[in-house]
Design a protein around this ligand. Structure first.
Ligand code: F6P
Length: 341
């Protein structure tokens, strides 16, 4: 078979590990041939490819980013997009596609599958918010980066008797905030799933100062103050209808400083959480996803996504995986509340 591979959406550490595993097993075990599509769905849409063989995947296992590039292109928002993709795949002699992405990229894959495109998906995102899989790769690396930042911020906050608000990524799901906040011993964790009351946060901050510790507050970029809406950077929507988030950290630090009379600073971790080398956990998970994705393709098991269930890699329907986001259940958030204040 001649198989196209693409990576779409926000990049994350581990993408190159999947690409490597797909190509290594695909060539060595099955004798398949590969074509890399550039920048997510933009590649098949514009017929833009790059060579993808054993030589191209040498040495990429520990590298962050994606050698194929990524974008948030949505072919369903482009006039005649689906027909163009089908025509380009036929012209390039592509028998099947492996799409690696999050809910947007795989949502496109699910719809294309219904329109008879032969596709298999692999789940990535630092947000860990994809349904049907226990973990996506990229998440563990992001959490470790955020945890290290929190550890460092604890010591400087203590020296200056300040509150530090750490803003982490997480548009609709607070997994990064929850895990990094728990691992880093945050004083308060705020997630998009649970609108928060600024007065309650201020009370936690005051309590913390009473015991001579400086408060560290971890806030997901999509967390919402109960008495006002989500804080966004601008109102422009991307091809999948998302606004640019960011700003909640500074807004909250401002509120805390005003209400407590003590200095509060915000640190926005942003894309640092998505850059650099993947952790061992993410390298192994991404590699296993790649090995199983090429098996699914070889067996013509179209419309599937590889997923982690416990310690096993299984196949699930792409449509099921992209049906709804996996958000933080209230019980998981309540567990963490023991450490607030
Ligand atoms: O989906 C992954 C993610 O990192 C989100 O946590 C974040 O909201 C978004 O991507 C940021 O996207 P961009 O890099 O396009 O600004």
């Amino acid at each position: 078979m001649r198989i196209g591979v693409l990576t779409g959406g926000g990049d994350c550490p581990g993408l190159n590990a999947v690409i490597r595993a797909v190509v290594r097993k695909g060539v060595a075990t099955y004798g398949h041939e590969f074509v890399g599509f550039r920048d997510g769905w933009r590649g098949p849409l514009q017929g833009e490819t790059r060579t993808l063989g054993i030589a191209e995947v040498r040495g990429i296992l520990p590298r962050g980013g994606t050698i194929l590039g990524s974008s948030r292109t949505n072919p369903f928002k482009v006039e005649g997009g689906v027909e163009t993709i089908k025509r380009n795949l036929a012209d390039l002699g592509i028998d099947a596609l492996i799409a690696i992405g999050g809910e947007d990229t795989l949502g496109v894959a699910a719809k294309l599958h219904e329109l008879d495109v032969r596709v298999v998906g692999g789940p990535k995102t630092i947000d860990n918010d994809l349904g049907a899989t226990d973990y996506t790769f990229g998440f563990d690396t992001a959490v470790n980066i955020a945890m290290e930042a929190i550890d460092r911020l604890h010591t400087t906050a203590e020296s200056h008797h300040r509150t530090v608000v750490v803003e982490v990524m997480g548009r609709h799901a607070g997994w990064i905030a929850l895990h990094s906040g728990l691992a880093g011993g945050a004083n308060v964790i705020l997630i998009p799933e649970q609108p928060f009351d600024v007065d309650a946060v201020v009370e936690h901050v005051e309590n913390r100062f009473k015991t001579n510790y400086s408060p560290i507050i971890v806030v997901a970029e999509g967390a919402v103050p109960a008495d006002r809406g989500m804080i966004t950077r601008d109102e422009q929507l991307d091809a999948f209808g998302h606004v640019k988030l960011g700003g909640i950290g500074n807004w909250l630090a401002d509120q805390i400083e005003k209400r407590t009379g003590k200095e509060a600073r915000a640190v926005v971790l942003g894309h640092i959480q998505r850059g650099g080398t993947p952790t061992a956990f993410d390298r192994v998970l991404a590699t296993r996803f790649g090995l199983h994705a090429i098996d699914a393709v070889h067996e013509s098991d179209w419309g599937k996504m590889v997923a982690l269930r416990g310690t096993d890699i299984v196949r699930v329907q792409l449509a099921e995986a992209t049906k709804e986001l996996k958000t933080v259940p209230m019980a998981r958030y309540t567990e963490a509340e023991v450490f607030f204040g």
